[in-house]
Write a protein that binds this ligand. Structure first.
Ligand code: SF4
Length: 264
């Protein structure tokens, strides 16, 4: 799909220091593209990634049901019901509600973030508030939306975790291990042509790596165990609100994702 920009849109993107996506250049998976590390990216300890869990226990040692069995075979309705009643980790204790995901169930683009924040926990939807508005603007610039649209224009958005960590702390490895099967099932049901992983935690959790985003940008990855689905990494919109100078890099990531989509 080509994206036509008005002069006004081009001027706006230029104003933001953003390069407008131009002619498609196919980028192969695992292609080696020079990486420009974000100078302003926070220096933080890498996420402690949970060891891959092929079939995490759905019953605790005490025999307490943690997560419904059969997640890997659930349809959308069953999966949504399983998440909304899930008590597989301590995050269930303080949530207002679970945040399942939103968008087209057969979207070509799947966006994956970290976990619900305060507003998401209240509203039950991922990426709301100012970060959500910025994400919507960025999607609009490449011809995508989370609103009603055909599958090739509408995205599906989900988080690694479906419940809000208190004070927005980093998720614990055990919480990720318990919640991950839900996300993997969402990916399997959507069957996206491309995954855009947003933010350090989502990126490192999905790719099972401790590498910072600055070293992972500019290349196409795959989720271990999910071959054939290209993954492009970028900054979380909330990070971009705090570090607007990196909006241009984020735009470059979207351009890379668009280029990948022309080749799949
Ligand atoms: S975060 Fe995930 S695993 Fe933990 S209670 Fe919520 S839905 Fe269940």
């Amino acid at each position: 799909m080509s994206v036509a920009y008005s002069e006004r849109q081009r001027a706006m993107l230029q104003e933001m220091g953003i390069r407008v996506w131009a002619s498609p250049v196919p980028v192969p998976v695992a292609a080696s593209v020079p990486v420009v590390e974000a100078a302003a990216e926070k220096v933080v300890a890498p996420v402690v990634v949970a060891a891959p869990v092929a079939n995490p226990a759905s019953v605790s040692a005490q025999g307490i049901a943690l997560r419904p069995s059969g997640v890997a075979a659930m349809d959308w309705d069953a999966l949504r019901a399983a998440v909304s009643s899930c008590r597989a980790c301590a995050l269930c204790e303080r949530r207002t509600q679970t945040v399942f995901g939103t968008g087209h169930p057969q979207a070509q683009w799947m966006l994956i973030g970290e976990a619900p924040g305060e507003q998401e926990d209240r509203q039950g939807e991922p990426f709301v508030g100012k970060a959500g508005q910025l994400l919507d603007n960025m999607l609009r610039a490449v011809g995508l939306t989370r609103g009603e649209a055909p599958a090739h224009e509408q995205v599906y958005i989900a988080n690694v975790l479906k419940c809000r960590p208190p004070q927005n702390r980093n998720p614990e490895p055990q919480e990720v291990a318990q919640c991950e099967p839900y996300l993997l099932r969402q990916i399997a049901l959507v069957q996206p042509k491309l995954i855009l992983a947003m933010g350090r935690f989502a990126v490192q959790s999905l790719l099972k790596t401790g590498e910072p985003i600055g070293r992972l940008r500019g290349r196409v990855h795959e989720v271990p165990g999910l071959p054939g689905v290209p993954v492009v990494v970028t900054y979380h919109p909330a990070y971009l609100l705090r570090n607007p100078m990196d909006k241009a890099r984020s735009w470059e990531d979207l351009c890379l994702a668009r280029e990948v989509m022309t080749d799949v």
